[in-house]
Design a protein around this ligand. Sequence first.
Ligand code: MD6
Ligand code: FE
Length: 205
Amino acid sequence: MIGEKSTIHHGVLVETKALNHDEQAILLADLQSIARVSPPFSLMTRWGKPMSVKMTAAGRFCWFSDRKGYRYIEEHPLTKSAFPPIPELALAVWRQFEADIDPDCCLINYYGKGARMGLHQDRDEANFDYPVVSISLGDPALFRIGGTERSDPTKSFWLESGDVMVLHKDKRLAFHGIDRIKFGESPLLSKGGRLNLTLRRVANA
Ligand code: MD6
Ligand code: FE
């Protein structure tokens, strides 16, 4: 499960094709089962703007946003049920980077045609000593990363299906986002699009 190559892009570790085709297919099937019980839902930013990315989660927590602000929730907003367990394959990826503690949230982002994600920091977690580990599946995405100030210079690079990226240490609170995806380029999702998993530790140990 180690990548074909490791690259540092603007201070961020990317393991290219960390998941091979079979592993990607297994993880996709896991995500499809999760979506059946915890369907992806649409969110509004705190400024009242609809987000183009749909979200759901596995594990104890799911990130949530509305006019009241950003926070983590423990019940699906529509079904009111708890989220299903984090897939074993995703846990195995996380443990390659953080052996001391397991994640308690696997946020699942779905990007359809034209979806993007604005520049943001992941800072609603209790302890920034733990990394955020991201797994990409499906269509390629242009990922943009900067520094800890919104005005810091940024760089973009492509994340492809099976790639794993880790934000930790001095990059844990770096601003980042998705500029665009190449819809329909990957054969992995039969209807096209991109899935991104971000594994995090929300509650303190
Ligand atoms: C995405 N990723 O790749 C959006 N956040 O769809 C993120 O927002 C992200 O990739 C924290 C750490 C890694 C990430
Ligand atoms: Fe993020």
